[in-house]
Ligand binder design. Structure first.
Ligand code: NAP
Length: 226
């Protein structure tokens, strides 16, 4: 696996792209406005980065990161993502995304919604519960005592293995929260969302980021209540 592609290259997509390049991967970035609008980020990332359309990025990626406002999920290219592991960083905020009744009533998780849109892809939920500033600040080498862990969820074991190896390469451990239906355990409002990486400061966006290891993240996932 050498190429990580991005549908959405903003705060989270751009941060994962930076970590990917630092780990030696090639990256292909895309957004809604067109490749030319990503020139500054491509220049910053250097020769391992290029920009493309979402369809081209989806085609190019061995692993594809979807990181867009959830309301736009139907725009994610379907056919070029068939068979591929797809990372979903998205969160649902009705005030931003409009109302999705099955997300409101808890009968579906937001990552299951993306999986339904991408039936032949293998969706893995990750990165949605960490503020992008903390994601940038907290990578550590494998085995470091202050390494941070991220929850993952997915229905395909091989895709979760791929994502776990990717996380390891960019500086994070993974905690398996189960299938996509368990993704609610780290959706907005849960104990592991945001402030777990801010030393439990509820104003997590003001924190520079505090490491949170496997045990802390596992405990927080187990403490989630609907
Ligand atoms: N910010 C965080 O710290 C954070 C943390 C965890 C999870 N998240 C979640 O991750 C997702 C992305 O958040 P963000 O903060 O990175 O957002 P952002 O900075 O606003 O970036 C969104 C990106 O998505 C692109 N985009 C929008 N509509 C698109 C479409 N129809 N097709 C292709 N690309 C499209 C945007 O491109 P254009 O600018 O060209 O439209 C932009 O590159 C959201 O669901 C958010 O809730 C955010």
């Amino acid at each position: 696996m050498t190429t990580i592609a991005f549908i959405g290259s903003g705060h989270i997509g751009g941060t994962v792209a930076r970590l990917s390049v630092e780990a030696g991967y090639d990256v292909v970035l895309s957004n809604s406005r067109g490749p030319e609008t990503l020139k500054d980020l491509v220049d910053e990332l250097g020769p391992k980065a290029r920009a493309a359309t979402p369809a081209e990025a989806a085609e190019a990626g061995d692993l594809v990161v979807v990181s867009i406002p959830l309301r736009a999920y139907r725009d994610v290219p379907v056919e070029p993502l068939a068979g591929k592991p797809v990372i979903d960083t998205n969160n649902y905020y009705s005030q931003r995304d409009g109302d999705f009744p099955r997300l409101d009533d808890g009968s579906l998780t937001s990552s299951e919604l993306l999986q339904q849109h991408l039936p032949a892809s293998r969706v893995v939920k990750v990165f949605n519960n960490i503020f992008f500033v903390h994601l940038r600040a907290l990578p550590r080498p494998s085995g470091a005592p202050d390494r941070t862990a991220l929850p993952i969820a997915g229905d395909d074991a091989a895709a979760k293995e791929t994502v776990t190896a990717f996380l390891d390469a960019i500086g994070y451990d993974a905690v398996d929260a189960g299938p996509l239906a368990q993704g609610w355990r780290f959706q907005p409002g849960t104990p592991v969302y945001g402030n777990a990486y801010a030393g439990d400061d509820p104003n997590f966006a003001q924190s520079p980021g505090v490491p949170a290891g496997t045990e802390k993240i596992r405990t927080a996932l187990d403490a989630a209540r609907r």
